[in-house]
Design a protein around this ligand. Structure first.
Ligand code: CTP
Length: 169
């Protein structure tokens, strides 16, 4: 059981295909999850439009601030394998004095590659996933030091399927 405060800022962390969006759908309410793909879709009509990344995150952060100002738990569904992406999340949490929480999906690379091949909505080469996995693995030990007050790492499909969140009062 993953226990989180009623009000926190959750960073999903995981390579493409690790199942962030799928898991977020089961653990959180729809409005709580701000997905970078959904914001690319909103600003550019295309969830894969990498050239829309800056605008998408600008809009995503704008909405996240509105939610946190209302005292609402918020989840950032993006790969967040890069330290800069995570630093922005920790800073946002500090700005609103809420706890930053990391929920990491560290699945075996062969699972990610197999899923990637089965997808029609992602066309980038396999090496992008390999890079994301390397970046994630390098990040793991430092997450608490970056400011995440709670770090949960799910390492297999079984662990992801069993994940449950309990909000503490
Ligand atoms: N998938 C799966 N089994 C799961 C979870 C996901 O087969 N337990 C598949 C989904 O059907 C989807 C792909 O893996 O085709 C990616 O799932 P998604 O939840 O979108 O993963 P994300 O980590 O959010 O991927 P991205 O960063 O590319 O948005």
């Amino acid at each position: 059981m993953i226990r989180v405060p009623q009000l926190c800022l959750v960073a999903l962390v995981g390579a493409s295909g690790s199942g962030k969006t799928t898991l977020a759908r089961t653990l959180f309410r729809p409005g709580e999850v701000l997905s970078s793909d959904a914001f690319r879709q909103l600003v550019a009509n295309d969830e894969n439009a990498q050239d829309a990344t800056a605008d998408a995150f600008d809009a995503l952060y704008h909405v996240a601030r509105k939610r946190l100002a209302r005292g609402l738990l918020t989840v950032i569904d993006a790969t967040n394998v890069q330290v800069d992406a995570r630093r922005a999340i920790v800073e946002l949490a500090r700005e609103f004095d809420v706890l930053p929480v990391a929920l990491v999906l560290d699945l075996p690379e062969d699972v990610l590659i197999a899923r990637h091949h089965a997808r029609t909505d992602r066309t980038f080469p396999d090496r992008v996933i390999a890079q994301q996995v390397r970046s994630l693995r390098r990040s793991l030990r430092g997450l608490a030091g970056e400011g995440f007050r709670q770090v949960t790492v799910l390492r297999s499909e079984v662990e992801v399927a069993a994940a449950e969140v309990q909000r503490e009062r």
